[in-house]
Design a protein around this ligand. Structure first.
Ligand code: AMP
Length: 414
């Protein structure tokens, strides 16, 4: 990674304004999975050990942007962090009124701000209203951008330097993820950000070969750019999950009631042709678990590449697991995003877990991205066999598309 990190700057007596991704699942005030908090600890501890202090910013969920909503409060996260760190974590209940609390920080002190998304300026976007003229819309947009800058400036005023460790939010050009960088003289990556970028850029820039990408999940349209970009990098591309059936339909197979995006059939044909030209092995399911309805108790049968009328394919079949497994086991590097079927329902989970096992057995450098594949890997009990499990689904997809992430672009080059 060619961006400066916390290691490259003096931190003693410095107040670091750090964007973290504490967007964790919370039920009745209890954090049900603290992976993202744990993932930020190395950066947090490092700043404190070096004699710096911290102002932590994060979003949580999708509040309306009109002020406090208990359900989206970061207070439980601050309390949890306090336990993990074994030192007090002050909490600022309004992220834009924390001047005194920030100024009171001494070396080793930590202040956590309330959810930045309680202000709509954080995202800084406006939607065109029905019947609104273009001019009025543009004027509202410009007004919102100004407000976003003002918010970013305020957040920046709390400290001496900006650290972005929120990989999961780095694909957003928000006040606390990107715009803030304009207002602080030093902008560095945290260690989680560094690790995520190191793995993903290694895959795109100098992959160990054979390099195999596995894509799944519901929709082709979410992964258009990813397929296109990965075809220029990989030796083999394995496509499973709901998105595979648009590809099978594009090849002229009948797919019954399986997911199909008819407006992406030409795209699928173009990608199949592109793979052929580039001599990339693009593999699709050769057999499938079909169900008579979308239900864990549905009648099922294993069918080939053609799905009978009235049936829907909800998982890849055992021969496909073997076919994909053979590619994966020979790989030296694997990138995986998206489940191979509806793994949330037991009868349609074997494909995803089979692929999980193959990745674990391959000994390849393995990078898992995307919320659903990450939870599948966690459920499989094989998480510790993976080299890197990304904390950012959307961000890792955009990175794999070859896009520049706004929250990374603003950081200082080495
Ligand atoms: P995504 O958010 O695009 O990664 O998609 C994940 C979702 O795709 C999961 O909830 C899966 O249940 C669903 N999915 C995977 N395979 C299929 C399939 N063959 N048909 C319908 N949904 C699927």
């Amino acid at each position: 990674m060619n961006k400066k990190t916390l290691r490259d700057v003096p931190l003693a007596d410095q107040r670091v304004v750090m964007r973290v991704d504490f967007n964790v699942p919370i039920k009745n005030g209890v954090i049900t999975d603290d992976t993202r908090v744990q993932a930020a600890l190395p950066s947090i501890r490092y700043v404190l050990e070096q004699g710096g202090s911290l102002v932590l910013m994060s979003h949580l969920g999708r509040p309306a942007g009109k002020g406090y909503e208990a359900e989206f409060s970061l207070k439980p996260v601050a309390t949890h962090l306090e336990k993990l760190l074994g030192r007090p974590v002050a909490f600022a209940p309004d992220c834009l009124a924390a001047d005194a609390a920030a100024a009171a920080l001494r070396p080793g002190g930590v202040l956590m701000l309330e959810n930045t998304r309680f202000y709509k300026e954080e995202e800084g976007s406006v939607k065109k209203k029905e019947g609104e003229s273009d001019e009025a819309y543009q004027a509202r947009k410009a007004e919102m951008k100004k407000k976003q800058e003002a918010m970013a400036k305020k957040l920046a005023s709390y400290g001496h330097l900006f650290c972005n460790d929120a990989f999961g939010a780095a694909h957003r050009a928000h006040a606390s993820t990107a715009v803030i960088a304009k207002f602080l003289p030093i902008r560095v990556a945290g260690f989680l950000m560094e690790k995520e970028l190191d793995y993903l850029s290694r895959a795109l820039e100098k992959p160990d070969r054979p390099f195999v990408a596995i894509l799944g999940g519901a929709k082709v349209s979410d992964k258009l750019g990813v397929v296109r970009n990965l075809l220029t990098k990989v030796d083999a591309l394995l496509i499973g999950g709901g998105m595979a059936y648009t590809f099978l339909a594009a090849q002229g197979h009948s797919i019954g009631k399986s997911l199909c995006e008819t407006d992406q059939l030409d795209y699928a044909r173009a990608m199949l042709e592109e793979a052929r030209k580039r001599k990339v092995r693009l593999l699709l399911p050769v057999d499938n678990v079909a169900a008579d309805r979308f239900d864990a108790n549905a009648a099922t049968q294993v069918v080939g590449m053609d799905i009978p009328d009235g049936w829907m394919a909800l998982d890849i079949g055992p021969r496909t697991v073997e076919l994909f497994g053979n590619e994966i086991r020979q790989a030296k590097m694997v990138v995986w995003n998206g489940p191979m079927g509806c793994f949330e329902m037991a009868p349609f989970a074997a494909g995803t877990f089979g692929v999980c096992r193959a990745v674990a057995e391959s000994g390849a450098v393995s990078i898992i991205g995307g919320g659903d594949s990450v939870s599948a890997v966690n459920q499989s009990g094989l998480a510790d066999k993976m080299s890197h499990i990304s904390t950012g689904g959307g961000a890792s997809l955009e990175f794999l598309e070859g896009k520049t992430l706004p929250g990374v672009a603003v950081l200082d080059d080495k």
